[in-house]
Design a protein around this ligand. Structure first.
Ligand code: FES
Length: 314
C-alpha cells in the first residue's frame, strides 16, 4: 500500500510503500530497486532510497518528467496515499562491494536515490565514504536537509551548476587519484554518467560501478556482422526450439510462441528479463550485467547470440 507521498524538491516527490497488514517487508541492500506496477499496465523500476536497515517500508523518490515515457507522470498524478499498488520484491544489480576499504559516491540529480541508501549502509558499516551530489539549483535538490550534517562533517559536497555546463563539478579533479581499495558508485542522467565514466578512466574497472535509468546511447549499435543475424534458441526445460529472426528480440520470439516472460524496460537496463543460459555464446547488449554475470546470464530483451544458437534455462 502507498502510505505517503512527500514533496522533496521541485518536481521530486518521495513515495512510501508499506505492507497493509503491517508485516515486515523482505529485506533489501543498498542499490536495490523495486518494480512499481502503474495504471495502464506500465511497470517502472525505482531505486530504494531509504535505509536498508528499515524493514517496515520501501521509499522511492521520483522526478516528474513530462518528456519521459509516462511512468513518472503516472507516479505523480495517479498515485495517492492509501492506494493499493503492486510492487515487486527488491532486486539489486548495483550492490556495494563489501570488501571495499572506502566508497566514493557521485550522484547527478535524481541519481541520488540509490546513493542515499548506500550512504546509510556505508555509515552503518563504519566505512569511510565521500559523496559528491550535482544538481541544477538548491530548489531542485532532494534530501538537502537530510544531507546537511554530512556536508558539515565534510563527507558530502552538493554542487549546483545553475544550468550552465561551465559551472559543472570538475569530475576529473574529483577522480584524479584512485585511493587504494576504494570503489566508485555513480548514478544520474546520461550526460553525467558519460562524464563520470570518462573522468574515472584511470580507476580499475572492477572498482567502478554505474546504474543507468536508460540505455546508453551506443547500445544496440554495432558493426559486428552477427549483430542482427537470425539464430535459434532452445528452451532447456520444454525442449522447444524457436527461431529469432533478424530485427526480432528473444522476448518477441518467445511471446510469439506463447512463452510468457517478465519484461519491463526492453532496453537492457532494468534487469527484469535476466535469464540463465546453458550453452552458446550471447551477444550481450545490456548495461546491467558485469563480466562475471555474463558468463551465466543474458538479458533476453535486447541481447542476441553469437553463432547459430543459444540454449536458455527456460
Ligand atoms: S526488460 Fe529491462 S533489462 Fe530486459
Amino acid at each position: 500500500m502507498l502510505r505517503a507521498v512527500a514533496y522533496l524538491a521541485e518536481d521530486i516527490c518521495s513515495f512510501e510503500f508499506v505492507c497493509p497488514q503491517g508485516r515486515p517487508l523482505p529485506a533489501f541492500s543498498a542499490g536495490a530497486h523495486i518494480d512499481v506496477h502503474l495504471p495502464g499496465g506500465i511497470i517502472r523500476q525505482y531505486s530504494l532510497c531509504n535505509d536498508p536497515a528499515e524493514r517496515h517500508r520501501y521509499v522511492v523518490a521520483v522526478l516528474r518528467d513530462p518528456r519521459g515515457r509516462g511512468g513518472s507522470l503516472a507516479m505523480h498524478e495517479q498515485l495517492h496515499p492509501g492506494a493499493m499498488v503492486t510492487i515487486s520484491v527488491p532486486r539489486n544489480h548495483f550492490p556495494l562491494a563489501a570488501n571495499a576499504l572506502s566508497y566514493v559516491f557521485l550522484a547527478g540529480g535524481i541519481g541520488i536515490t540509490p546513493i542515499m541508501s548506500m550512504v546509510a549502509q556505508a555509515r552503518a558499516a563504519g566505512k569511510p565514504f565521500h559523496l559528491y551530489y550535482c544538481t541544477r539549483t538548491p530548489q531542485r535538490t532532494a534530501f538537502l536537509r537530510k544531507l546537511r550534517p554530512l556536508i558539515e562533517a565534510g563527507v558530502a559536497l552538493v554542487h549546483h551548476d545553475y544550468g550552465d555546463v561551465a559551472n559543472s563539478l570538475d569530475l576529473r579533479h574529483v577522480l584524479r587519484d584512485y585511493p587504494a581499495g576504494a570503489h566508485l558508485y555513480y548514478c544520474g542522467p546520461v550526460g553525467f554518467l558519460d562524464a563520470v565514466e570518462h573522468a574515472a578512466s584511470g580507476w580499475p574497472a572492477q572498482a567502478v560501478h554505474c546504474e543507468r535509468f536508460s540505455a546508453p546511447a551506443s547500445s544496440g549499435a554495432s558493426d559486428d556482422p552477427e549483430a542482427d543475424a537470425p539464430f535459434e534458441i532452445e528452451l532447456a526445460k520444454s525442449g522447444k526450439r524457436l527461431t529469432v529472426a533478424a530485427g526480432q528480440t528473444i522476448v518477441d520470439a518467445l511471446v510469439a510462441n506463447g512463452v510468457e516472460v517478465d519484461v519491463s524496460c526492453r532496453q537492457g537496463y532494468c534487469g527484469t528479463c535476466m535469464t540463465r543460459y546453458l550453452a552458446g555464446q550471447p551477444l550481450h547488449r545490456d548495461s546491467v550485467l558485469d563480466d562475471e554475470d555474463r558468463e551465466d546470464f543474458v538479458m533476453i530483451c535486447c541481447s542476441r547470440a553469437r553463432g547459430r544458437s543459444l540454449v536458455l534455462d527456460l
